[in-house]
Design a protein around this ligand. Structure first.
Ligand SMILES: Cc1cc2nc3c(=O)[nH]c(=O)nc-3n(C[C@H](O)[C@H](O)[C@H](O)COP(=O)(O)O)c2cc1C
Length: 299
């Protein structure tokens, strides 16, 4: 997909509001990812602890946003087990989505399923969704794979066209007053960005698929760092929820300002300049950096 800007509205409740999405696109968003449609909403067997809501309200939201904004609308499916629900990807395509982001949000919770089995299961889900549609499918993954590069290569092999790094896990706190779990969503901070930068730099030299950065991008300079490390696009959720959809214009101006100050003509020109492509042995480089960093203390 060719986008007018590398700044993308990430999946979040913002996309329930067509006016807010219109404002984000007018301010410079290149594409919009919708909030997720969950596997649990689509399980007709009613085995899930949630009622079957079906695909219709989601399809209507895609159609509404398609009428309201020029930018491509990316539908988001959220699920982790292969099954009949994956066929609903077709309805999202028919409703006019330009691409699908499949969020594999999952916390490994069973001692009976090892890492390799879990990954096979997830790859099967991706393959099922890819084969259900003609649209490009991008996969939003967590940082918790033994080898993110190897998992991404497998996604590529089953036809994924992009990967979004990374899912942000909600880490509920404990209230010592009520002895209850505190589930409030805490917005991200820029401190979450370096984990993503590192993964992008590792992936960018070999990945044939498109790379999206999600997590910790709060300003134009954060976006510039992600692009330098290899991101084709940079997604924003917390920054827009905190400051409003027009804030994407502030981020776009800061990114353009930085590009101008360095005399770059476009973000495409800088993409991947800080990827690991310069070394034939990223593993040795990682070890070297690790020891250098430790020995550098306290300078
Ligand atoms: C309130 C809220 C709701 C979210 N809902 C979704 C969702 O439905 N699907 C999804 O894939 N990600 C969802 N996310 C995750 C964001 O898309 C994004 O990956 C994450 O917040 C990290 O990006 P950020 O640092 O820009 O917030 C949500 C995030 C927030 C804060």
């Amino acid at each position: 997909m060719t986008l007018v800007s590398p700044l993308v509205v990430a999946a979040s409740p913002l996309s329930h509001d067509a006016e807010a999405i219109g404002a984000a696109v007018a301010a410079g968003a290149g594409a919009v990812v919708l909030y997720s449609l969950f596997e649990e909403d689509l399980m007709e067997e009613q085995s899930a602890p949630r009622p079957f809501t079906g695909v219709d309200p989601y399809v209507q939201q895609i159609e509404l946003l398609r009428k309201r904004v020029e930018a491509p609308i990316v539908a988001s499916l959220n699920g982790t087990t292969p099954g009949g629900w994956t066929k609903y990807a077709r309805s999202l395509e028919a409703a006019g989505a330009s691409a699908l982001e499949l969020n594999l949000y999952e916390v490994a919770s069973s001692p009976a399923e090892g890492g390799a089995e879990l990954e096979f299961r997830q790859v099967d889900v991706v393959a099922a969704v890819v084969s259900a549609v003609r649209l490009p499918v991008t996969v939003k993954i967590s940082p918790f794979y033994s080898s993110v590069p190897a998992f991404v290569r497998r996604l590529e092999q089953v036809g994924a066209r992009g990967v979004t790094v990374f899912n942000r896990f909600y880490q509920p706190d404990i209230s010592l007053d009520t002895l209850q779990v505190d589930r409030r969503v805490v917005p991200s901070t820029a401190a979450e960005l370096p984990l993503r930068l590192h993964a992008l730099a590792l992936l960018s030299p070999f990945a044939k698929l498109s790379l999206a950065c999600s997590g910790g991008v709060h300003g134009g300079r954060d976006a510039a760092k992600a692009i330098l490390c290899g991101a084709h696009v940079v997604q924003l959720a917390s920054a827009l929820l905190e400051h409003g959809p027009r804030h994407i214009g502030v981020i776009r101006d800061a990114l353009s300002g930085w590009l101008d100050s360095k005399k770059f003509k476009s973000s495409a020109e800088v993409r991947g300049k800080l990827g690991f492509g310069f070394t034939a042995d990223p593993h040795a480089w990682e070890r070297l950096n690790y020891t250098r960093t430790l020995h550098g203390w306290p300078d």
